[in-house]
Design a protein around this ligand. Structure first.
Ligand SMILES: [Zn+2]
Ligand SMILES: [Zn+2]
Length: 465
């Protein structure tokens, strides 16, 4: 270990030493707490962390896998966790992994990365282009994995150093091993974010048992590098899919009186569906109903027996979402009946779950603001408007306090960064250290500031010294 590293290591050690102790907070001064995110960012930018993250991200980018098929991705992550000596549980939700760093005791704080790619052809020509035709990491989940592994590496190295150092520092051994202080960071690598609700499967498997808070991030070309964006309260919409078959009676196009025309009925259904948002919803309560599928007929002179339609609906509150679902079903069936047709409506075909509204916890918003502000400067925290897009992190945030934010990618000096799901989507790899350091800092500061009262060292720590 070089001298400068030793100095910074001792400084970090000093920061983590819990003196003096208060009832449920390891009382570091505000300046000392503020230094933690800065130290993690410095560490994440060092070549042994940065280059390593870039290497992992590129490997993943070359080998994208779709939802619930992330077998090689999961294998690579497990190999890295093995290398770092981080214990984990596998498989969860087919390919998911849950890793643990820390004392194994409370408090537990979780960090999440998603693993799946999209079924689309990459059009970016570069050295590490997707090697799998028709599949691409076009939503940045390869970067999410690399950043969470980067955070894991930094936290785990810190823990190793803590344990080695604590050999010479009896009080720290007592702190870590006897009293179970500091806590545990839970690493969630989840499958199938892209429409399949992998988070729900992870949740159903009990991965958040005992976990007090969870953080997640998404890379975003909409914001400059070195900035983050989020908001307290609703961030992304609750989202569902509907499909309907509208059945009439087919026949000759020139003798319509002998048919029951499902094309006309379906057209009226679609127009009526538009009234749900424009006439029934509060204009200040954002909602979307979009019909994206209309299939029926195959001839110029034949009225078909039936027509299939389908689409998506979104809302920013649970109540509005439930209301929309009910009204979509009523409008389709009743409007079809007006035209003498029958309609059957189904929601979320193929067993895909509805995504709930993603609601950011207000207390965690304050925690995020402090940590990210200390790292990036408060002027680099952007306020984000809610999106009508959906993100399955919402399943976690519905179950326990959760917080999700966007990490800026954009850098005009490096060309244009297209939005997610574009075949021209690129990652600005300079953003990797920011994501890794934010993950590590959010978790570490959460643990330091939320020590359980029952295992508090109040009094005893100093007495034993
Ligand atoms: Zn996506
Ligand atoms: Zn995504």
């Amino acid at each position: 270990m070089a001298f400068s590293e030793l100095v910074s290591f001792f400084f970090t050690m000093y920061l983590l030493l819990p003196t003096p102790i208060s009832s449920n907070n390891i009382s570091l001064s505000p300046e000392e707490l503020a230094q933690i995110p800065v130290n993690f960012l410095d560490l994440a930018k060092k070549p042994d962390v940065f280059d390593w993250m870039v290497g992992i991200r590129r490997k993943l980018h070359e080998n994208p896998e779709l939802s619930f098929e992330e077998f090689e991705t999961s294998k690579l992550i497990r190999a890295e966790l093995d290398q770092m000596g981080i214990p984990y549980t596998y498989p969860i939700a087919v390919t998911g992994i849950v890793g643990y760093i820390g004392t194994g005791g409370p408090p537990f704080v979780a960090l999440r990365a998603d693993m799946d790619a999209l079924a689309m052809q990459e059009l970016v020509e570069w050295e590490h282009k997707s090697k799998v035709p028709g599949k691409m990491h076009a939503c940045g989940h390869d970067a999410h994995i690399a950043m969470l592994l980067g955070a894991a590496k930094m936290l785990q190295e810190l823990r190793h150093k803590l344990l080695v150092f604590s050999f010479f520092l009896f009080c720290f051994i007592k702190l870590i091993c006897v009293h179970g202080q500091i806590g545990t960071v839970v690493l969630l690598f989840q499958p199938a974010e892209e429409g399949w609700g992998g988070a729900k499967k992870m949740l159903d498997a009990g991965v958040l048992k005992n976990v007090e808070a969870i953080f997640g991030l998404h890379v975003s070309p909409a914001y400059p590098i070195g900035t983050v964006a989020s908001r307290p309260g609703p961030l992304t919409a609750g989202s569902g899919r509907f499909a309907a078959v509208i059945s009439g009676k087919g026949g000759h196009a020139a003798i319509p009186q002998q048919t029951i025309d499902p094309i006309l009925a379906a057209s009226n259904v679609i127009v009526s569906l538009q009234h749900l948002v424009s006439r029934e919803a509060d204009p200040l309560d954002s909602q979307v109903v979009t019909v994206t599928k209309f299939q029926g007929g195959g001839s110029f002179n034949v009225i078909p027996d039936s027509v299939s339609i389908g689409g998506t609906f979104r809302a920013l509150s649970k109540e509005s979402f439930a209301q929309l679902r009910q009204r979509i079903e009523e409008v389709i069936t009743m409007q079809a009946r007006v035209q003498r047709c029958n309609a059957t409506v189904t929601f979320n075909e193929n067993g895909k779950p509805f995504y709930p509204v993603l609601v950011n916890n207000k207390d965690l918003h304050e925690h995020f603001r402090k940590v990210a502000g200390d790292m990036l400067g408060f002027q680099n925290l952007k306020v984000m408007l809610p999106l009508m897009g959906a993100e399955d992190f919402s399943f976690y945030a519905e179950a326990i306090p959760g917080y999700f934010f966007c990490l800026g990618l954009d850098d005009k000096t490096k060309g244009t960064f297209e939005l997610e799901h574009s075949p021209l989507f690129r990652i600005n790899e300079d953003a990797l250290p920011y994501g890794a350091a934010l993950h590590a800092s959010l978790a570490m500061r959460y643990l330091l500031e939320n020590q359980p009262e029952s295992t508090s060292l109040k009094g005893s720590f100093h007495d034993e010294l």
